[in-house]
Design a protein around this ligand. Structure first.
Ligand code: ADP
Ligand code: ADP
Length: 228
């Protein structure tokens, strides 16, 4: 599904953030990138949807080089959830969720149905929440909407960069459960960045430990627990 072949990233200031990475992420896999701050996790993630252009090597999605995709299609077809809650403050919850479907020119009725279906999926009553503004929601609810926005146009791949690290422990647990259920039910391919090993062990089908832009170890949670 997603394949890194000898991928390196050097920033203009000379920092070598990722060094000759080889990696294959399977379709439907919950893949966790873990490692200390500065180990290259975010850079690796952002190269998948070309928020960061790679310096050397290739990334392929379904066999096709990402440089051969239309960049807008690539961005729209890959869901992306950030650490900072990044909802548009002046837009309603429904409008926030519908950003990509709007870009793709879905008709109004289809968008409305989709928004309501998504809100229901995470236990937010559409009648109550659809027309609210982000500031009228708790942090946990806002981040849940951030996840729904990434899912709205039904992408195969979702990238998540420490999506829950700003949340209180209770909201964090709840959102982890939501995302696990979504991934298992909808068979999404998720690439998830964290520096929290408990979170990685709970969520990951496989965990990839990075250090100084290189892979130290890749394996199942079981392998990490038995061979730390
Ligand atoms: P992580 O996500 O594991 O914290 P990053 O991928 O953000 O690590 O960063 C890897 C390395 O690349 C770090 O040394 C970081 O300072 C550096 N880096 C990240 N983004 C840039 C940039 N835009 N310009 C220069 N260096 C960067
Ligand atoms: P994260 O919390 O995901 O590790 P960072 O705080 O490292 O993110 O980086 C936030 C933003 O700043 C990113 O867009 C990253 O590319 C950029 N950045 C990170 N390190 C550097 C750096 N050394 N020089 C310039 N930009 C950087």
């Amino acid at each position: 599904m997603i394949r890194f072949e000898h991928v390196s990233k050097q920033f203009p200031n000379g920092t070598l953030a990722v060094k000759s990475l080889d990696l294959e992420i399977e379709k439907g896999e919950f893949f966790v990138l873990i490692g200390p701050s500065g180990s290259g996790k975010t850079t690796t993630l952002k190269m998948i949807n070309r928020l960061i252009e790679l310096s050397k090597g290739w990334v392929r999605i379904n066999g096709k080089k990402i440089s051969d995709y239309d960049i807008h299609e690539l961005r729209w077809d890959i869901g992306y959830v950030l650490q900072q809650i990044a909802l548009f403050p002046h837009m309603t919850i429904a409008e926030n969720i519908a950003v990509v479907p709007e870009l793709k020119n879905w008709d109004k009725k289809r968008i409305r149905t989709r928004v309501d279906e998504l809100l229901e999926m995470v236990g937010l009553d559409p009648k109550e929440y659809r027309n609210r503004k982000p500031h009228e929601l708790s942090g946990g609810q806002q981040q849940r909407v951030g996840v729904l926005r990434a899912l709205a146009a039904d992408p195969e791949i979702i990238l998540m960069d420490e999506p829950f690290s700003a949340l209180d422990p209770f909201s964090r647990e709840k959102l982890q459960d939501d995302v696990l259920e979504i991934q298992q039910r909808l068979k999404k391919t998720i690439v998830f960045v964290t520096h929290d090993m408990r979170e990685a062990l709970k969520l990951g089908d496989r965990i990839c430990l990075m250090k100084d832009g290189e892979i130290v170890q890749v394996g199942t949670p079981h392998a990490f627990l038995t061979n730390p």
